[in-house]
Design a protein around this ligand. Structure first.
Ligand code: HEM
Ligand code: HEM
Length: 240
């Protein structure tokens, strides 16, 4: 029987709102990519004239637009939770600005990307490189909402889309905005492929339960790492 004798502590990292956000967002991105891809490349069957087929394309667009609203409100909720949630969900983690964060960023590059070292980086929430990539992804989500609702403002007189009517003229017209919106879809597809691979890879190498942490919230952290963080927290609380 294989086993390891490292002492591990259960740490509650991802609160329920972060987990709900994550899975709602993942589902929306999949639906928006599939329907967006069909809008960009409609198969011939969608323009059929038989009664059963005639409104396929309309339904695809309707699903795209309805999902877009869920995607926007879910994203707005995550922005709020970056201020209201626990320290792992806070926005301070996503934008490197402290010396220790830059040090960890270089360390992750050495271990995960350049493979110069094979000692895993011991962070409890996201590591600094992952956080920074999520931050870039959040900016891309913002741009996708701006371009999407900008395009939608040309088709809907409703209040919310009309708030984005300035986007299309500002970004150089309908074609340019469609290009940006389209290219971002490929960014999300590539991100998802790398993201899922890396989550499973880290789970396999580190064995800290990273995949299931986005389901139940808990990670298994080495006792010394958890203790070190607790001490740093106490020291910071004393200073404040
Ligand atoms: C089967 C599919 C997926 C699995 C198993 C998965 C798993 C995970 C896990 C375990 C984390 C936390 C990593 C850590 O603790 O450092 C995470 C974070 C994240 N994932 Fe996924 N993910 C999936 C699909 C997606 C998709 C499709 C997207 C969107 C394009 C996405 C976007 C994110 C984002 C933005 C975060 C950071 C969450 C936050 O800090 O609020 N994931 N994912
Ligand atoms: C993950 C997010 C999203 C993805 C991957 C995505 C993808 C796409 C793609 C690939 C197209 C076709 C563009 C072209 O080549 O002409 C499209 C069209 C469009 N999308 Fe999105 N989209 C997303 C989010 C949104 C959001 C938030 C809105 C806001 C309402 C939106 C509204 C639209 C509109 C209005 C069109 C044009 C529809 C038409 O002309 O029939 N999208 N989308």
């Amino acid at each position: 029987m294989k086993s390891r004798d490292t002492r591990l502590r259960e740490v509650y990292v991802w609160e329920l709102p972060v987990r709900i956000y994550h899975w709602m967002n993942a589902l929306c991105v999949v639906i928006l990519c599939v329907t967006g891809f069909l809008i960009a490349n409609p198969p011939a069957i969608m323009s059929g004239t038989e009664a059963n087929f005639s409104f396929w394309f309309g339904k695809v667009r309707l699903i795209h637009f309805l999902t877009a609203f869920v995607f926007l409100f879910n994203f707005m909720f995550r922005i709020y939770w970056g201020f209201a949630g626990n320290k792992y969900a806070g926005w301070r983690n996503y934008i490197p600005h402290r010396k220790a964060q830059f040090k960890e960023l270089i360390e992750v590059l050495k271990v995960d990307i350049l493979m110069l070292k094979n000692k895993p980086v011991e962070s409890i929430g996201h590591n600094t490189l992952a956080s920074f990539i999520y931050f870039a992804l959040f900016l891309a989500f913002l741009l996708q909402c701006l371009t999407g609702f900008g395009l939608y403002a040309q088709m809907s007189k409703a209040f919310l889309p009309q708030l984005f009517a300035w986007v299309v003229p500002l970004l150089g017209g309908d074609l340019a905005v469609r290009h940006i919106h389209h290219i971002l879809m490929w960014f999300f597809i590539l991100f998802t492929l790398f993201h899922v691979y890396l989550v499973f890879y880290h789970d396999y190498i580190e064995r800290r339960g990273i995949t299931s942490s986005m389901i139940g919230g808990w990670k298994f952290i080495e006792e010394e790492v958890a203790e070190k963080e607790e001490e740093e927290e106490k020291a910071a609380a004393k200073k404040a």
